[in-house]
Structure formats: C-alpha cells, structure tokens
Design a protein around this ligand. Sequence first.
Ligand SMILES: [Zn+2]
Length: 225
Amino acid sequence: MASATNAVAIDRETVERIVRQVALEYLGRDKRGSAPVLTVQASSRHMHVCRADMDVLFGPGTDLTFDRPLFQEGNFASKETVTIVGPRSRLISNLRILGPMRKQSQVELAFTDAIMLGYSDLPVRLSGDIKGTPGAVIIGPKGVVELKEGVIRAAIHAHMNPAEAAYFGVKQGDMMKLRVGGPSGVTFNNVHVRIDPKSRLNVHMDTDEANACGLHLTKDVEIFK
Ligand SMILES: [Zn+2]
C-alpha cells in the first residue's frame, strides 16, 4: 500500500501536458499535439464607433461599409474614415473605422501617432477598457463628435480559442511572451491572453511595436508562457 512518502507526485509540467493532450484530442484539432499556427499582425491606428456616434459622423441610420475582412472572424475594415483632432489641435485624417459597431467608441493609436497629436502619456489598455482615458474630437463627413474618453494605445495581445489556450496552458488574462526573430528580433514580455470560442491564434501589436521588431522582415515568431 502506498504511503504518503512514496506517492508519485505529478509535477505541474506533466499536468499541463496531459491537459493539453486531452483538450486537443477532445476537440479533434490536432491529434499530433503540434503547436497551433501563429499569425502575428500589426494593427494600424483605427477607430471603433458606437451607433450614436455613427449617426452623428455619417448620418442617422447609416451603416459601416464592408471593405475587407480581418483575421478574426466577423471583424472587418470599413470604407469609412474620420479625422481625429488631438489636444494640441493637430490632426490625423483618414483614420479607418473597423467594424462591426461597438457599445462604445474608441480610438487605438500607436505612441508615435499619440505624441504627434499631443498626447504625452497615452494609457496602454486592452480594447474596451477605456475608463479614465483621454478624449478627442472626431470629425466625420456629416458631423463632429467630442469623445470624452476612449483614446488608447492597445496593449499587445493574443487572441485564441479555448483549445489553443489549453495547448499553451493559459487562461483569460494571463500574460505570454512573443519572440520575434529576424535581424531586428525582439521578445515582448507582456502579451495579454484573450480567449474566445470564435477566435483563432493571432497576436495583435501596433505599428510602433511591429516596426521596432522588424515584423515584416521575418516569419520566425513564437509564443510561449
Ligand atoms: Zn486584437
């Protein structure tokens, strides 16, 4: 009979490996247990609009016009653009709106854009987390909206579905690391995990981050805990 002293302790790594295998086999995604394919993309500055702001900017009852699909199912770049005016009266025109519409309007800028517009200390937030962030004036073809808040730098994040999260052994809100190889290689240490059943594995960074690591120069990317 096994006593406490010779009971087999299963280490954390083994537990995680077993959970990964079971999850992958259960969901039938990849029975060989190989890593899901990682796509890393740079998001240019953009805006998300709510219904009420859409009405003001483009006219009552107007809809976003589909231009091209984004990697995450259901998301798209629209044909609509606006102009953003920052705190120092400088502006950026042709700010693309991404669909579908959201509950709250939000502008996502790279630090370079923010500094140019006069935001000296733009908060880094996950999309949707805009409480207490700076505002902006947004000019559309039919009207002007003053956003009280909603201008952020989007935190680098990884979209994944539950099977992919199980493969990596991570849960919602965890941080992972992203290694980008190539001649300007960088490792990002705080990649936020965002899990959704409709997602597929995909890291989003902004254009400053992408330019810093030379993302366009390499296909050598790896995400890990
Ligand atoms: Zn994203």
